[in-house]
Design a protein around this ligand. Structure first.
Ligand code: GLU
Length: 321
């Protein structure tokens, strides 16, 4: 008989800078949701990008979580727990295995396009920053038609090549815990997407699926900027024969000019916030602006647990402060 997986949440920060208010909001809601059900909480360090990731930032993330009182059962830099390692830079063997299984499906192919090639084939209406791959390197066997949309001829003599995954022209549907039913056509949303970059770096989409599945994660809580990419992940779960977690996206926090916070803005970084507030003030303020508390008052993460419910969160894409 199959045993039920224990409720498991996770926080998966990229150690590319000091966390900001939006990052700690995701950590807080993910922690509250897992702990409310008596579940476990994992800290996974998403240091896939070798150029931008730094161990010092990972240490600061741990220090900031400890300061906020958000404790984890598994993971972190010292790899506590049985599903390690918990730093993605040390998990290449798991990604290798998954990509070989995906290659066996016949749906992957080498892509020789440079970034400039990909940009050159962009449809003019893709103004929201999304890149939709036009299928330049896709083999005719996968296109299912002889007039595949080749616009630029890639230089197939380049030795570096990425591995791309063919996506079908069909809707992928799922229900987000906060934003409700979603339906995404991957062919128009992103096109065939990269599993491994030409420089050998693993793509987030592949790594996140492999890790959440192997770590037994049952609920993914993260910012609404990743809502639609859940469809790419559900597609990968299907191809790998794995069960997806429950997805729960939360509003992004924007500054007073309505611009989403980034790790480059210092005004709401943890460095500044820790100088000005106590952990209880910050948690009370986040709980108030997101609708968890009807009014702002200082409160610890543990004291907020009985007051937390998903129904109090408002499904707006952003929250301005
Ligand atoms: N590593 C991503 C970030 O720091 C989060 C990805 C996820 O939660 O799936 O924004």
């Amino acid at each position: 008989m199959e045993t039920e997986k224990p409720e498991t949440g996770r926080f998966a920060p990229s150690p590319t800078g000091r966390m900001h208010l939006g990052n700690i909001f995701a950590a807080l809601v993910s922690w509250l949701s897992a702990r409310k059900k008596g579940g476990r909480w994992i800290l996974r360090i998403e240091d896939l990008d070798p150029q931008r990731s730094r161990i010092e930032y990972a240490r600061q993330i741990e220090d900031d979580l400890n300061w906020l009182g958000l404790d984890w059962d598994e993971g972190g830099i010292d790899d506590t727990g049985s599903h390690g390692p918990y730093r993605q830079s040390l998990r290449a063997n798991f990604y290798e295995e998954a990509i070989s299984r995906l290659k066996e499906t016949g749906l992957t192919y080498p892509c020789y396009c440079t970034r400039a090639d990909v940009m050159a084939t962009q449809a003019p209406h893709e103004s929201d920053g999304r890149i939709v791959y036009a299928g330049t390197c896709r083999p005719a066997s996968l296109s299912g038609k002889s007039d595949s949309p080749i616009i630029t001829i890639p230089d197939t003599k380049r030795t570096e090549r990425a591995t791309r995954l063919f996506v079908p022209d069909e809707e992928i549907s799922f229900t987000d815990r906060l934003y409700g039913p979603q339906s995404v056509n991957l062919a128009s949303h992103c096109g065939d997407f990269v599993l491994r970059r030409a420089d050998g770096a693993w793509a987030y989409q592949l790594a996140v699926v492999v890790d959440d599945a192997l770590m037994g994660v049952t609920e993914v809580v993260r910012g609404s900027d990743l809502l639609l990419s859940s469809a790419q992940q559900i597609y990968l779960y299907r191809l790998l024969g794995l069960t997806p977690p429950r997805f729960a996206h939360i509003p992004l926090i924007c500054n007073e000019s309505g611009v989403r916070l980034s790790k480059r803005d210092s005004s709401l970084s943890m460095e500044r916030l820790r100088e000005e507030y106590t952990p209880q003030h910050l948690i009370g303020m986040l709980a108030y602006i997101s609708g968890i508390l009807p009014e702002p008052f200082p409160i610890s993460a543990h004291a907020l647990l009985p007051l937390f419910s998903w129904t109090s969160l408002r499904p707006t894409p952003t929250i301005s402060i």
